[in-house]
Design a protein around this ligand. Sequence first.
Ligand SMILES: [Zn+2]
Ligand SMILES: [Zn+2]
Ligand SMILES: [Zn+2]
Length: 191
Amino acid sequence: MTAELDRSRRYLKPVPRLPLPGEPNETHLGLYGWEDRLDAWVTSSPAICGRSAEQGDLPMDAEVTCPACIRRRPQYESVLARENDVPPVAARVAARRDPRYPAVRDTIRCYGWNDGSPMVPGGDADLLATRVMAAVRARETAQQPSCGECGHPQNQHGEADDPASVGQCRECAAEPDSEDDSWHDYEPPGA
Ligand SMILES: [Zn+2]
Ligand SMILES: [Zn+2]
Ligand SMILES: [Zn+2]
């Protein structure tokens, strides 16, 4: 059943109630993710409504009956969808090379819980810093004026070292095009 699930993602999964007297007879929703430490898929407890729940082997499409879990489901789904919306590899590599990346990562790392343990441990801090940096870079690119010659953002255009030659547009250069017209300086739009 878990064969088609991606271990780098988290999912929502129906979870059974605790077998305790007085516990409402409802099926809850828990966050479901791969735990390297346990080498297994596990559901979080508490469920998303805040009640403790059992680990259980309910199917992914079992009916959820807890009203609070049902109410919170859309909010969790949109968070998970954004979590899973991973930037392309090239954008993640570029984000880690960004000179601002170390400061973002160190800022994330310096936050701890009251007991001194990090809020975002080890590799998770790198992952989060990469995602933050990639989002900032994507926003900056979206705000760049586009080139009058090729339409690509200004910051994709490199300057030539020597004033007699021309610069190059990195996005044009990356396009699989037989005609290489990437060699030009950035032109302001409408020029
Ligand atoms: Zn619930
Ligand atoms: Zn251009
Ligand atoms: Zn271009």
